[in-house]
Write a protein that binds this ligand. Structure first.
Ligand code: AGP
Length: 367
């Protein structure tokens, strides 16, 4: 698994295309239709221990941290346990309080990221319980944790992470479902989520099949020196991941912002030269999101809207990318896939080697 083209195609591309299969693998044998729940044997925690969890703290770096934010929302929504994510690189430098009834979750593709590993060691030294969401079996983080969930994404070589991230999301959804079903989550909601998860591989395939359209949009975006990626609540970590991917391989300045915060400052930067990629799922915030898009359009800002079919954008002048509907809690995964394709095709249009982005390594093993 060395760098280089596979059948003439970049690794990042082949890894993006593998996502229906890798998500399928991440789900295999872990869903229980009868009891509308998930079973994660590797957690090594029984129902009583899961019920005793009062808080969840997720730690990861870069894109793993952004998926951690998606995971925190899933856990709060499905299990009604307070949850948040924090960059592992900052965690141990702020003298964190380690609580015995908090479940710590370390998330890492490589399992070798030094900042995440040191956070795990710090928590364990202070008596906390940490589980890992890790791709590489037997890696340092997997070994340092008290138990965990392997992602089964298969080897990921491209520096820009894609298939590992979508399997991380699945890992969090399974954890949230299992945690939810030993607490207050209803059988009906459990069933809804089980079915939603089962639909994901085919729906990812559907998003991938719109590649040509996304490539067209990306080629236009690549001309901008600077871009905004915006979203709210569930959509915000998607925007953060979109901006991250765009920066990594296109080398364009891409800044992620909460759509609701634009009017408190960054709106001053909107102009015909600064496009905005907006994540607008069909949810309880759609109307507010669309109103904010009009504010951007009124200032001449070009818009790309990643959304669901049926969302009414009114008279808005915008390039639109639709993804299939699933359960609202699972929206972030399907909204993330166009972000990968946008970054990939912008980088190709600019003539960059997407598999070897400048200044970056696949895993950061020194502080
Ligand atoms: C993702 O595209 C990045 N290359 C980077 O942010 C990465 O996710 C981060 O360094 C964490 O790596 P890990 O998952 O191997 O710990």
């Amino acid at each position: 698994y060395e760098h280089g083209l596979v059948d003439g195609r970049p690794r990042m591309y082949t890894e993006m295309l593998e996502q229906p299969a890798s998500v399928e693998r991440a789900l295999r044998g872990r869903l229980d239709e009868r009891f509308a729940t998930a079973h994660l044997g590797g957690l090594e925690m029984d129902a009583r221990e899961l019920r005793a969890v009062r808080r969840v703290k997720i730690l990861g770096c870069g894109s793993a941290y952004y998926v951690g934010q998606m995971g925190a929302s899933l856990i709060e929504e499905l299990a009604r346990v307070p949850a948040d994510a924090e960059p592992a690189s900052e965690f141990r430098y702020r003298s964190p309080v380690i609580e015995p009834d908090t479940l710590y979750v370390a998330v890492s593709q490589s399992g070798e990221t030094i900042d995440t590993l040191l956070a795990v060691e710090e928590i364990r030294r202070k008596g906390g319980r940490v589980i890992g969401l890790v791709n590489v079996v037997g890696s340092a983080i997997a070994r340092a944790c008290d138990g965990g969930i392997y992602l089964h994404a298969g080897p990921e070589i491209a520096v820009a992470s894609t298939k590992a991230l979508t399997t991380m999301f699945v890992g969090f959804a399974l954890l949230a479902l299992q945690l939810g079903r030993v607490r207050d989550l209803s059988v009906a909601d459990g069933r809804r989520l089980v079915a939603g998860l089962q639909n994901l591989p085919a729906q990812i395939e559907q998003v991938l099949s719109t590649e040509d359209r996304i490539a067209q949009v990306a080629t236009a975006l690549a001309e901008a020196e600077s871009l905004f990626f915006v979203g709210r609540v569930r959509g915000f970590p998607v925007a953060r991941e979109g901006a991250q991917k765009f920066k990594e391989i296109s080398y364009r300045h891409a800044e992620a912002y909460q759509m609701s915060e634009l009017k408190h400052g960054p709106l001053a930067l909107i102009s015909p030269e600064v496009p905005t990629v907006a994540v607008v799922p069909d949810d309880e915030l759609t109307d507010r999101n669309v109103a904010a898009l009009h504010e951007i359009a009124a200032r001449g800002g070009p818009l790309v809207v990643v959304t669901h079919a049926g969302v009414d954008l009114g008279e808005l002048q915008a390039e639109r990318i639709d993804v299939p509907r699933n359960e609202r809690e699972l929206d972030p995964l399907l909204l993330t896939v166009p972000m990968q394709l946008l970054a990939f095709h912008a980088a190709l249009a600019l003539g960059h080697d997407v598999d070897k982005p400048r200044n970056l390594a696949k895993s950061v093993t020194v502080e």
